[in-house]
Design a protein around this ligand. Sequence first.
Ligand SMILES: [Zn+2]
Length: 141
Amino acid sequence: MSEASYKKFQLYCNNCHWKRLTDGGDIKDLYEIKTSPVPTGIPIFDPETKKIITPKPQSQKRKFRCPTCGFAIVPRVVPDYQKEADAKLEIQDRALKRKELEEKILKDRNRRSNEEDRIDGSEAGAEGRAIQRPDSFGNEG
Ligand SMILES: [Zn+2]
């Protein structure tokens, strides 16, 4: 729900101060000014491949015409603070989970080495077997 309300671009007219926030899907009513790609450099001859390399022309930023005064508007990207915050949280969460997993593996390893020390014939590993481990950690070299 909150995702849909996020508007990615801001259209702002410097001339008449007309403004609109858009996610790119609701600009069909606006007139888009056609822009042609701009050459980025002169073609170069490559002696190795014996081919002429033409630098890729760079397409210009999209432009729209202001619906009220006709002034050209270049959309500006609105920073997604919520997404950034979410991404940061996810990274933190992942780091935490990894730490937990590492600790678990370490604990598991310690317990197993303790069990190996038990030579009195008591049921070593009984406790370890009871704890479910993911298969990927089952075969330790
Ligand atoms: Zn305008």
